[in-house]
Write a protein that binds this ligand. Structure first.
Ligand code: ZN
Length: 656
């Protein structure tokens, strides 16, 4: 591992915290050091208060920011002297420690300081960096890990056995560090947890971290225990329905919908097929830092009920010895290893599923390296339980409980690159859903760069391409719960006698046959939706009240409307609801060009301006108005409604 420091880049960071922000970001860029909010950094500065009195302030990373993108505001300033005194107390409960940290914050509105703050306070050095480096964990998580660490580092690090994070760890380090530290010491290793480096300058502390990690990497390389080869056999990938079925079973145990992210990347497949996968995968994560997202161990195979039974037993084994009464968390797996499937991550939402996947990628490397070195050994079940049911972690989970209404659910929107479709995608994203956007326009793929969105270019009339898109969607999110049938075309205005066979066929193909095929392909998925399947058809005012010159359009939309009504009849027994919206005069869509607008206005004998607001309420209807209603139709308000047809048109005399 190389230092990424450059003077030119460093010069862009100014102010007392500038260098701290810069090297924190450098650590954040190294995925094998810190992942997803893991790792933290600090600096001790001498500052004058309002009365001109000097005091030492510890700036430590607050919760809620990632090292890769942290800025000065992401650090919480605390009164250092008080924190140092705390580490000398004989005992302090975690709740008391958290309270003390809170009372010592010197800036209103600062983020909550890390639960590892006292580790930073007790070290006398100005800059402190803390990571959970893969290479260090690989050496540490072996039966003779402590001995190997000594062999690698000698006096360069203080060596601390595993103690749970929080006050006990800080108090232990406060006693041990001065005993072990010599003039050569540049860091501290916490076995089965991670390491700290320190220095007088930001660069020194950062480069010592890189140096210490590089030494562990070199040690692994010398022992042929780094970048382990992992053969993978080709597997018969499970179909969409099997994946959706697995997701449904996990959601049932979790008590809420989950996003299931499936990957058959060679490392995942190889690990899932490893002859000793049961031994290697069931000893917990490499560092307690990963546990909040991942639960103690992955589920092997796909028997969710058996996993849940095992989890209940694990809870009961350990809850009895806990000082405080514990309430069991949901018994659903967060990870699945299966020789056919590869790896699947079950997150409360798409972001969490992506985090779990990345954490486990790193876990696999650590496990394989440790196993090659002398035998992988995880944190141990009792320690795992203490962390998983640690009050401080449980508080974080409770905070996550107030989630938006479609959290863990998946919506598929056709024609999502622009207009009503794009507005629908936004409306579902706002409500917490993962969204699959389909469109023939390749712009769909880069519409949003976020884990909750998957944009796929597809010609909806191409059955094979549509099928392939659904495969991708289900592997990314685990199913399809809600569909917005939005994509459609409006052939140019033509009187009946002039409509060509081509124009007619095209309208039928895009507006009727393609949505019908999508419904057919998705029925099995909708049936497995944890909260029941929901479909919204974006119809048209032309269904109840056709317009002159629009025979092909009106007929195709009316036919789709009948399909929707039949679907309501046939699929109600499967828990699937289908409702239609009939928008009118929505002009901020890809369908409407200036020429088309002029032509339609002329057909009605109106100016374009009159035509825009030709409704009873004299209001303009926007894409967002339609999208919000489409999303609500999938929510609790419409839970008892199917086969409804609701106009979104500002009121139309011909419809009322
Ligand atoms: Zn840590």
């Amino acid at each position: 591992m190389k230092s990424r420091w450059t003077d030119a880049e460093a010069a862009q960071y100014t102010g007392p915290l500038g260098a701290r922000v810069y090297t924190s970001r450098l650590l954040g860029r190294e995925r094998s050091l810190v992942l997803h909010g893991g790792g933290n950094t600090s600096v001790k500065l001498c500052e004058k208060d309002l009365f001109g009195e000097e005091r030492e302030v510890l700036y430590v990373k607050g919760s809620g920011s990632d090292l890769e993108t942290i800025d000065a505001g992401g650090f919480a300033p605390l009164a250092l002297a008080h924190l140092q005194k705390l580490t000398r107390l004989p005992a302090l409960s975690d709740a008391q420690m958290l309270n003390e940290l809170g009372t010592q914050v010197l800036r209103a509105g600062a983020p909550v300081p890390s639960v590892e703050t006292l580790l930073h306070a007790l070290l006398p050095h100005r800059y402190v960096d803390h990571t959970h480096a893969d290479a260090v964990l690989a050496v540490s998580n072996t039966p003779d890990g402590a001995q190997r660490m000594r062999e690698i580092y000698g006096e360069r690090v203080a060596l601390i056995p595993y103690v749970m994070a929080g006050f006990d760890l800080a108090a232990h380090c406060a006693r041990e560090f001065p005993k072990q530290a010599t003039g050569k010491t540049i860091g501290m290793v916490l076995l089965s947890h991670g390491l700290l480096s320190f220095g007088a300058e930001a660069r020194e502390s950062y480069e010592r971290m890189i140096e210490l990690v590089s030494m562990a990497e070199a040690y692994l390389e010398r022992n042929r225990a780094w970048h382990i080869a992992l053969p993978a056999r080709p597997a018969a990938a499970p179909g969409r329905e099997e994946i959706a079925d697995l997701r449904r079973a996990i959601a049932a145990q979790a008590g809420a919908p989950v996003v299931l992210r499936v990957s058959d990347a060679p490392r995942f497949l190889g690990f899932a097929q490893h002859p000793q996968v049961d031994k290697l995968s069931q000893q917990g994560p490499a560092t307690p830092d990963h546990l909040l997202y991942t639960k103690p161990a992955p589920m092997l195979g796909r028997d969710v009920a058996a996993f849940a039974r095992g989890y209940r037993e694990y809870f009961e084994r350990h809850a009895a010895r806990a000082k405080q009464p514990k309430t069991m968390l949901d018994p659903a797996p967060r990870m699945v290893l299966d020789p056919q499937l590869g790896f699947a991550a079950a997150g409360r939402d798409a972001r969490e599923a992506a985090i779990i996947e990345e954490l486990y990628q790193h876990s696999i490397e650590v496990i394989l390296s440790a196993e090659a070195l002398g035998g992988w050994r995880g944190v141990g079940e009792a320690h795992l339980f203490d962390i998983e049911y640690w009050d401080l972690e449980q508080a974080k989970l409770r905070k996550a409980a107030a989630a938006p209404p479609f959290t863990g659910e998946i919506a598929l929107v056709t024609g999502a690159a622009s207009g009503i479709g794009k507005a629908c995608a936004e409306a579902f994203l706002r409500r917490g859903a993962a969204v699959v956007g389909l469109d023939r326009n390749p712009a769909i793929e880069s519409l949003w760069q976020r884990p909750e969105f998957l944009g796929l270019t597809v010609e909806l009339t191409d059955a094979a391409a549509l099928n392939a898109s659904l495969d991708k969607a289900v592997r990314r999110f685990g199913g399809v719960d809600m569909i917005v049938l939005n994509a459609g075309i409006f052939p140019s205005s033509q009187p009946l006698q002039d409509i060509t066979a081509d124009s007619w066929q095209r309208a039928m193909s895009v507006n009727l046959e393609a949505p019908l095929r999508l419904l057919q392909l998705c029925h099995a998925l909708l049936r497995l939706a944890p909260r029941g399947g929901r479909i919204v058809v974006i119809g048209s005012r032309n269904v109840p009240a056709p317009g002159p010159g629009a025979a092909a359009y009106s007929a195709s939309k009316a036919a789709l409307n009948q399909v929707a009504r039949v679907a309501a009849l046939e699929w109600a027994k499967d828990g699937i609801r289908i409702n239609s919206l009939h928008p009118d005069a929505v002009y901020d869509t890809g369908l409407w060009t200036e020429e088309l607008l002029a032509a339609r206005a002329k057909a009605y004998g109106m100016s374009v301006e009159q035509y825009r607001r030709k409704n009873l309420l004299r209001t303009e209807v926007a894409s967002r108005d339609v999208a919000e209603l489409a999303a609500e139709m999938c929510g609790a308000l419409f839970a008892k409604t199917t086969a409804a047809q609701v106009p979104v048109d500002g009121g139309n005399e011909r419809v009322v």
